[in-house]
Design a protein around this ligand. Structure first.
Ligand code: 5GP
Ligand code: ZN
Length: 117
């Protein structure tokens, strides 16, 4: 059920504190923590505390949380003093999504190429 914690979800376990993470920010509705396998000097994941499978489900089922996520990406960028950064929502396995709890990647601290791979 959209929004409900899922027993088999890694990021729900991080929200619940059952799996440790380096948390950089927390709000009533979101958590931001450092990616375990960083792809840039700054690589933070911003997630809703509620479980939605991906950005598409979040946008449809809880658009107010999508706004919260976007606001937090800016806060993360400000805290890490990033002037330029990239926000990525991998959506679906074909786009590289491996954890099916919606999350924004905030990547920065190095130059970025376009188009992405
Ligand atoms: P996706 O590939 O789904 O867009 O992104 C999932 C991200 O979660 C990956 O960048 C991966 O490194 C990160 N990740 C996977 N497991 C863990 C974990 O246990 N802790 C943290 N902090 N990040 C994780
Ligand atoms: Zn989850």
């Amino acid at each position: 059920m959209a929004g409900e914690p899922q027993d088999d979800c890694l990021f729900c376990k991080i929200v619940e504190g059952h799996i440790p993470a380096t948390i950089v920010r927390e709000t009533e509705t979101t958590v931001a923590f450092r990616d375990i396998n960083p792809q840039a000097p700054v690589h933070v994941l911003v997630i809703p505390k509620a479980h939605y499978a991906n950005a598409a489900e979040l946008a449809t089922e809880a658009p107010e949380l999508a706004v919260d996520i976007l606001r937090e990406t800016k806060a993360v960028a400000d805290e890490d003093k990033l002037e330029s950064y990239r926000i990525v929502f991998n959506t679906g396995p074909g786009a590289g999504q491996t954890v099916f709890h919606a999350h924004a990647h905030v990547l920065g601290g190095r130059g970025m190429q376009w188009p992405p791979g």
